[in-house]
Design a protein around this ligand. Sequence first.
Ligand SMILES: *Cc1c(COP(=O)(O)O)cnc(C)c1O
Length: 364
Amino acid sequence: MAEPAVAQLTVDLDALADNFGSLGAHVTGAELAPVLKSDAYGLGAGPVVRRLWAEGARRFFVARLAEGEALRALLTPARPATIYVLDGMTDEAGPRLDAAGLTPVLCSLPQIAGAAAHAAVCGRSLPVAINIDTGMGRQGLVLEEIRAVVQSMDRLRGLNVGLVMSHLGSAKEPKNPRNSRQLAAFLEGRSLFPEARASLAASAGIYLGPDYHFDLVRPGISLFGGGPLERPDDRLRAVATLTAPILEIRNLRPGDILGYGEGVRIDAPTRVAVVSAGYADGILRAAKRGGYAWFAGARRRMLIVNMDISVIEIGDAEAAPGQSVELLGPNAHLDDLALAADTVAHEVLVRLSRRAECVYLGQV
Ligand SMILES: *Cc1c(COP(=O)(O)O)cnc(C)c1O
């Protein structure tokens, strides 16, 4: 097969399906409800949601109302999924939520009031979820608010609370006592809604064990190959692969300065490949510190990342212009790139740009 002449982002839907299966094997009894916010972590909500539907997923989460509308348009009418919108009942959202059949995740007293008012106007019961803040401090009703709501049931009139959820702040640190504190708070909060289903864990929470699984788990990053503990994990396969062709091979000499400004000072003869992808394609600029690419069967140190061009050190590997370098994928791991760039795998994925040619493998 000829190597692609431009940077290429390959999204492997078979790997996605394998990750869905391997996460599912961890949560016997609980349902996997994939989180597909931000265009399925930048990998394309359409192909991703169609494949996950084919694998058996029936409930999905997105962040924004518009993402929910887009997901509904991708699924309807043959695939009647439940779609939860994490932003909840934002102002004026009611008619749009109704039109697209989306379930808001209510996360404040004003949102509950807004949803109840909307239910009264519509004259029918609205399906909703409720987000409880169990100690992350970011979003959701705190326990006192939940108790107050439940005590004056009027506030929930017209609302059919089908799901109670919360989110863990330190799940990637299994020994952190914050996890069990959040679990205890969640158990109390959910006990106030005995009829509703319950959901606490995202990717990392799944691996905290069955106490954290409840009825529904909400994996995002691990579906796309990110290890739950922010390091490469053998149980998961890379879904996104970014490759780019070599433009040129160069021999740098001691005393040379590579790149802008102070650049990289070369103090020994250094053979490099100039690669046709840079931060405009999604390779984070900060990844030059400790980042690597994969070429000719080995890791190759990343020297600079510019907008269109990256330079990697290739030693004495056999190399020629046109050959392909893996900048992200099964060998240049997402979690390693995130670590090098001092960020999380989630950010690496959502920054991948559409300048790279996008190809789907295993499409349904
Ligand atoms: C993003 C998000 C998730 C998914 O998190 P991952 O770490 O990607 O698995 C789950 N729940 C909520 C509320 C989120 O915002």
